[in-house]
Design a protein around this ligand. Sequence first.
Ligand SMILES: O=C(O)c1ccccc1NCC(=O)[C@H](O)[C@H](O)COP(=O)(O)O
Length: 218
Amino acid sequence: MPSGRTLVKICGTTTLGDALNAAEAGADAVGLIFAPVSKRLVAPALAREISLSVGPGVGRVGVFLNQSVAEVLQLADAARVSAVQVHGEFSGPELAELAGFYPVLRVVSPQTLTYHFEAPLPPHVTLMLDAPQPGSGQPLDWAALAPHFPAGGWLAGGLGPHNVAQAISALHPAGVDAVSALEQWPGIKDPARVWAFVAAAQQADARLDAAKPGAVGC
Ligand SMILES: O=C(O)c1ccccc1NCC(=O)[C@H](O)[C@H](O)COP(=O)(O)O
């Protein structure tokens, strides 16, 4: 969904209050993690309540790691998500199957980016660049990534209010995603940090717009 500005996803949402706060702060999407290994695992029934409560303007992204297509689809349907994000082992045909039901964010690390570029992505699949260990707060090397960053790709990995503007001006991602830097402890957000993250991304967009040739004031 190209919007001309950087979309913002707040991942690892495990409470209704945190989801509503993210929506009020202006986030474009909340992430609901269904990977059993995660400290931010959310139950399908609560995820569904969140999906039905945040309003139609806020995307709900179901997040999965090394799970079968059948499990992804079953949980995504139960939780009424609007998109899925997949980490780990998902083949091209599996991505294509998922993309027949939901827009897919396919997460890759910089180390595997070249491989994923060689195999063309199925329609409705968008790349997200993230650290090899998801949800670990590890930032990527944006300067090294810049020459290879995929057009329309999303960026995650160690983003927070302190550095998201710099990341946006370095890579111009279609969307940014964060969790660790927005939490009081795993699974529980710091509401002020969520607001600061959304605001920092919006300010970065405004600065980039103002710097475009022909912008008012230039
Ligand atoms: O965050 C997790 O616990 C997690 C576990 C398993 C699969 C995915 C997971 N998170 C996915 C995300 O979208 C995170 O926001 C992304 O990896 C960035 O995390 P961070 O570097 O902590 O901001």
